[in-house]
Design a binder for this molecule. Structure first.
Ligand code: UDP
Ligand code: MG
Length: 212
C-alpha cells in the first residue's frame, strides 16, 4: 500500500480530467465530528449552490457493498472507527470527481488525519485543485452522540461502543487537520448544535461570499 506507482497513477488520472476539461476545480472540505450534520448541510448546499457532494464515508460504504477486494478491510476499519488509508479514499474521490462532470465539489468527512491531508495535498499540488475553504461544523459531543443514536440509518458504526471510538479518533486525529487549515486562515467555523435551518442560514452566508 502507498507505493510510489500507485500515487503516480492517481495523479495522472486527475491530471487528465483537468487537461480535458481545462477548468479550475474547486474543492471545499466539510469537516466536523461524527453526527455534526455535515451530510445534512451538504444536501442543502447542493440544492442552492450547484456543488457536487462527495461523502468519503458514503463512497467507502459503497465500496464495501460492491464486493471489491478492499471491502473487508474497509468494513473492519469502519466498525472500529479507524481511518482508512488515504490511498484508498483518494482513489474513490478521484473516480467520483471524474464521473461527476462538475468542477465544484464538497468533500465531506475527508481529510480525517494528517496522513489523509498530506496525501491529498501531495497529489493535488501538481494540479489545479486547492481546498478553497474548510467548513467546520462545531458541535458538542453530547449533542453529536444524541444524533448518532437517533438517526437510524442502519449503520454498523452508530452503536455506543463504536461512537466512543470515533469521538476519540476525531479528537486525536481529525481536529489537528482542522487546526492546520485554521492556521492557513481557511476555516469557517459554524455552530452546528443549532437546528438544521438555523445552521443553514450560517452556511448560506459563507457560500454567498465564496461564490461572489
Ligand atoms: N472513513 C474513513 N475515511 C474517510 C471517511 C470515513 O476511514 O475519509 C471511515 C471512518 O471509519 C469513519 C467512518 O468511515 O468513522 C464513517 O465516516 P462518515 O464520514 O460517514 O461518518 P460521519 O462523520 O458522517 O458520522
Ligand atoms: Mg456523514
Amino acid at each position: 500500500m502507498g507505493s510510489v506507482t500507485d500515487t503516480a497513477n492517481m495523479g495522472s488520472v486527475t491530471d487528465t480530467t483537468n487537461t480535458e476539461s481545462g477548468k479550475k476545480v474547486t474543492v471545499i472540505f466539510v469537516l466536523g465530528g461524527p453526527g455534526s450534520g455535515k451530510g445534512t448541510q451538504c444536501t442543502n448546499i447542493v440544492q442552492n449552490f450547484g456543488y457536487t457532494h462527495l461523502s468519503a464515508g458514503d463512497l467507502l460504504r459503497a465500496e464495501i457493498k460492491s464486493g471489491s477486494e478492499n471491502g473487508t478491510m474497509i468494513q473492519n476499519m469502519i466498525k472500529e472507527g479507524k481511518i482508512v488509508p488515504a490511498e484508498v479514499t483518494i482513489k474513490l474521490l478521484q473516480k467520483a470527481i471524474q464521473e461527476s462532470g462538475n468542477e465544484k465539489f464538497l468533500i465531506d468527512g475527508f481529510p480525517r488525519n494528517e496522513e489523509n491531508r498530506a496525501s491529498f495535498e501531495s497529489i493535488v499540488r501538481l494540479l489545479r485543485i486547492v481546498p478553497e475553504i474548510v467548513l467546520f461544523f462545531d458541535c458538542s459531543e453530547e449533542e453529536m452522540e444524541k444524533r448518532l443514536l437517533n438517526r437510524n440509518q442502519g449503520r454498523e458504526d452508530d452503536n455506543i461502543e463504536t461512537i466512543r471510538k470515533r469521538f476519540k479518533v476525531y479528537m486525536e486525529s481529525s481536529l489537528p487537520v482542522i487546526q492546520y487549515y485554521g492556521n492557513l486562515g481557511k476555516v469557517r467555523r459554524i455552530d452546528a448544535a443549532k437546528p438544521i435551518d438555523v445552521v443553514f442560514e450560517e452556511v448560506k452566508a459563507i457560500f454567498e461570499k465564496v461564490d461572489a
